[in-house]
Design a protein around this ligand. Structure first.
Ligand code: HEC
Length: 92
């Protein structure tokens, strides 16, 4: 019985951090520029964040895609939205 409380607390701590499937390799593959942290945070819940590399898209096209990801549940912080779009338009 004594084990239950620590296990519960650990489960809550994991849930509070949000889900992330990002591997260190995928994170390292993304160029280090302002906006990277926002992309990693918002775009690692369902697939690797480096899914964005190699896609030739301009900012309007990224807005459309990011809006689709938000509709799917991507946790994009409103304050970081523009930074994320700018990062993606440069990195891809
Ligand atoms: C809630 C889950 C979820 C999150 C979070 C998420 N995505 Fe996705 N993403 C998906 C799913 C599901 C697909 C594949 C299905 C599809 O393309 O319709 C996908 C596919 C993609 C693709 C491939 C689309 C293509 O045209 O080949 C890109 C690029 C992408 N996501 C970028 C992002 C970016 C950038 C973010 C962060 C802003 C993000 N995703 C966050 C669920 C998510």
């Amino acid at each position: 019985m004594r084990l239950i409380l620590p296990i519960l607390l650990a489960a809550v701590a994991v849930a509070a951090q949000g889900q992330s499937v990002a591997t260190p390799e995928a994170i390292a593959a993304l160029p280090d520029r302002p906006g990277k942290a926002g992309v990693v945070q918002a775009c690692s819940g369902c697939h690797q964040p480096d899914i964005v590399l190699g896609l030739k898209r301009d900012a309007p096209a990224w807005r459309e895609l990011v809006d689709q990801m938000i509709a799917r549940g991507a946790p994009v912080d409103e304050a970081r939205y523009e930074e994320i779009i700018a990062y993606l338009a440069q990195a891809s």
